[in-house]
Design a protein around this ligand. Structure first.
Ligand code: SF4
Length: 431
């Protein structure tokens, strides 16, 4: 039996697309094996968000060739989209695909093997209008499934390479999203996470369909009990949006609103399309309609020119908002973006110090948020269990990890849990 091994870098969208490509290989008689095994084909699904991601992609390409010198190496995704010539120049690479046409991967790998030639099908993404259908039909995980509803981004934040790697916004057809949801519901999934590069833009390229319509459509699918949004841009939130979504009973009260900085001057240099006042107003709207909502975010520290005062502003602002979780990133210049050329790049030690401080603040806020729920009852969707310890764990609607004493019969079920205590990064409850 022919074998294929995948190595995936980067975000949830890439992970989704890897699963879909795995299926294509399986349908064509391949067996999926571990990435460090001797395989006939290696697929490296790359990321290009930082220079480090590029390096990691290159390292794995070389490693794969060492594992089997006669293998076919296919490089797919954002790095090959942005730098196809660079990827084609790496020894051992046979197939180069960008962020389109991944449906053809099996055929291209077989052609490269037969004809012993390098195949490069990377297109100019700037004018690409189609949402590439690449579906997951067989379900591998248990309770929570991701559905990719959108690709591309038109925002051009000054530090980000994604618009160059993924191209302009493209939305998946409504009917197609609903069909995939129905399939997932039949397979026993209870929770759907809507994912994409910039899901706030969903529908902008379709006729009379927007993100709210998709959420409503999924809400009607029998068997699905929760809908969660992955990261959204703050600009999505307004009073009308909140009024609509608060009526959608399966939508989780959890919003990952990318902030990136709490200083207006830094936000401007980042080319973000809001100020901190606008952002704050969005969070107040969310809390007005969903008082227990979890607000999570991303912050970049050490953006070029970030002064001590600007960083302090960010610290004060995040305390003011009260996030339940913050992903802290140290700015790393990305080749090909405007910010790479900005003056006053911040010293690495300063970035480290700022990152540590912000992580500490984030931990304090996270504890404060979860401890508010001690003594209350929350709905938990159980995802996994430890049979030896008889502990089952899952997430609340507002994304707090929660553990209870129970056997594996709870997995895949939603139960009302009385919260009795909290530990490092989870709540402890009882049924
Ligand atoms: S919104 Fe900004 S950070 Fe997000 S993908 Fe688009 S350009 Fe990148």
């Amino acid at each position: 039996m022919k074998t294929v091994a995948f190595h995936t870098l980067g975000c949830k969208v890439n992970q989704y697309e890897t699963e879909a490509m795995e299926e294509l290989f399986e349908k064509n008689g391949y067996k999926i094996i571990r990435e460090d095994s001797f395989a006939d084909v290696y697929v490296i699904n790359t990321c290009t968000v930082t220079n480090l991601s590029d390096r990691k992609s290159r390292q794995f390409i070389r490693k794969a060739k060492k594992l089997n010198k006669d293998s076919i190496i296919a490089v797919v995704g954002c790095y090959s989209q942005v730098s196809p010539e660079e990827v084609a120049g790496i020894e051992g690479v046979d197939v180069i695909i960008g962020t389109t046409d991944r449906n053809e991967i099996v055929e291209l790998c077989e052609r490269a093997k037969e004809e012993s030639e390098k195949i490069n099908i990377v297109r100019d993404i700037r004018t690409y209008k189609k949402f590439d259908k690449i579906n997951i039909n067989e379900i591998k995980s248990k309770t929570r499934a991701y559905i990719k509803i959108q690709d591309g981004c038109n925002q051009f934040c000054s530090y980000c390479i994604i618009p160059y790697a993924r191209g302009p916004i493209r939305s998946r057809e409504y009917e197609d999203v609903i069909k995939e949801t129905e399939k997932l519901a039949k397979a026993g999934f209870k929770e759907i996470v809507l994912t994409g590069i910039h899901i706030a833009s969903y529908g902008k390229d379709l006729k009379d369909i927007g993100l709210v319509d998709v959420i409503k459509g999924i809400n009607r699918v029998e068997g699905i009990e929760r809908i969660r949004l992955s990261s959204v841009e703050p600009t999505l939130i307004d009073e009308d949006f909140m009024k609509e979504i608060v009526k959608i009973d399966k939508l989780c009260d959890h919003f990952h609103l990318s902030l990136q900085s709490g200083s207006d001057t830094v936000l401007k240099r980042m080319n973000r399309k809001y100020t901190k006042d606008i952002y704050k107003n969005k969070t107040e709207l969310i809390r007005k309609y969903m008082p227990n909502a979890a607000l999570t975010t991303d912050i970049i520290v050490g953006f070029p020119g970030e002064t001590d005062d600007e960083f302090e502003e960010t610290c004060d602002f995040v305390r003011d908002i009260g996030f339940s979780r913050i992903h802290v990133f140290k700015y790393s210049p990305r080749k090909g973006t405007p910010a790479e050329k900005y003056e006053n790049q911040v010293d690495g030690n300063i970035k480290n110090g700022r990152s540590e401080l912000l992580i500490k603040i984030a931990e304090e806020m996270s504890n404060e948020f979860k401890n508010k729920f001690i003594g209350l009852s929350l709905e938990v969707l159980f995802e996994e269990n430890d049979n030896e310890e008889q502990i089952c764990e899952g997430y609340t609607t507002n994304y707090i990890r929660t553990k209870v004493e129970a056997d594996d019969s709870f997995v895949g079920q939603i139960k009302s849990v009385k919260i009795i205590d909290s530990a490092d990064d989870y709540l402890i409850g009882k049924i």
